[in-house]
Design a protein around this ligand. Structure first.
Ligand code: NCD
Ligand code: ZN
Length: 337
């Protein structure tokens, strides 16, 4: 199979930022229809009104069909969340444990304080997207997702059995099992399918491989590849494409995030091809996500073509410059415009 035509994919986890970075990256999500846009701006997108205003800035910058999220804080007003979801301003709410990742300082410290808003979300069917890592500095960074499953996600699920949950950017075999056992949704990124921690650390330290949750062992990468290509409806495409200026990545203290938006779809196709599972790409990329968010799949299609290895540019943009994530092995798929 050298060409593949599928319903147009969506990206269920995308960072578009704001200002000059937004103008640089908004036009670069090649092949995607809709994108669930993350709210971790400075200051974060915490109200329906802020989400509506951000949506207009995104459209003006060249991404036509953003789906918005609200950043959950301990002060979030349940009525505002329910209203913003009911009137179509937001598609989901995002929970960052405070300190877990880029711009998460306003996130949740005391989980008891978000109980009323999560109750309201459960009652009104508002989806919750989770950054699934504990932030206790005593917990080893490679164990933070696993620990979250036991100490945060399991109690949340028990307390709110009707809550619609997406566990974002899963990185471990443990998360794969948890998702299947509990019937929640999960996104999987390009970098977690294509790379492991050796790729990041063993041949020099590669800052453009550094994201959170951090890349894990090879066996976890393989479990994610198996999950993504299995056809299970729990798993769907979310790039977590997270642009940072080149100087913030290539630094003594490197910012977390891999920029994959322009070549992500080609990279997913490469993974599915390597796994002998191209027939499962449409489900993962274009059908399971809309089903989870109770939306129709896109009506139009996109065609992927196998050819020469993709040549990644040294950087995108000019001011700021953004360096794309290079998996270090060939991506032979191309997205027809
Ligand atoms: C994201 C970012 O830069 O906003 N970084 C990352 O490493 N994935 C935040 C996030 O999704 O954790
Ligand atoms: Zn993210």
């Amino acid at each position: 199979m050298d060409t593949l035509t599928i319903r147009r994919p969506d990206d269920w986890h995308l960072h578009l930022r704001d200002g000059a970075m937004l103008r640089t990256v908004a036009p670069l999500s090649a092949g995607f229809g809709r994108a669930l846009v993350m709210p971790n701006l400075v200051p974060p997108v915490t109200t329906g009104a802020m989400a509506a205003a951000y949506r207009e800035r995104i459209r003006a910058a060249g991404f036509a069909r953003p789906l918005m999220t609200l950043y959950l804080t301990e002060e979030t007003d349940p009525a505002d969340v329910v209203r913003a979801h009911a009137d179509g301003t937001i598609a989901a709410v995002k929970l960052y444990p405070a300190g877990a990742t880029t711009n998460s300082a306003s996130g949740v410290r005391d989980w008891d304080r978000i109980r009323p808003v999560v109750d309201a979300m459960e009652e009104h069917g508002v989806p919750l997207c989770l950054h699934g890592e504990v932030t206790d500095p005593e917990v080893d960074i490679f164990d933070r997702e696993l620990r979250f499953l036991d100490t945060r996600l399991a109690p949340l699920r028990d307390m709110h059995p009707g809550l619609r949950i997406t566990l974002e950017h899963i990185t471990t075999a443990d998360a794969v099992s948890w998702v299947l056992d509990h019937g929640v949704g999960a996104t999987i990124t390009v970098q977690h399918l294509m790379a492991d921690r050796n790729d990041m650390l063993a041949v020099g330290l590669r800052p453009h491989h550094y994201c959170l949750p951090v890349l894990k062992r090879r066996r976890h990468r393989d479990a994610l590849r198996h999950a993504a290509t299995s056809g299970a409806k729990n798993f769907f495409l979310g790039t977590d494409s997270a642009p940072h200026p080149q100087h913030a990545k290539e630094a003594a203290c490197c910012a977390a995030g891999c920029f994959t938006a322009p070549h992500a779809l080609a990279a997913y196709a490469q993974v599915f091809d390597e796994e002998g599972a191209l027939g499962k790409l449409e489900g993962f990329a274009s059908l399971h996500g809309p089903a989870h968010y109770r939306l129709e799949p896109n009506a139009d299609t996109v065609t992927l073509r196998r050819g020469e290895p993709l040549e990644l540019p040294a950087h995108h943009g000019g001011d700021p410059r953004v360096v794309p994530f290079d998996p270090g092995h060939p991506i032979r798929w191309h997205v027809d415009a």
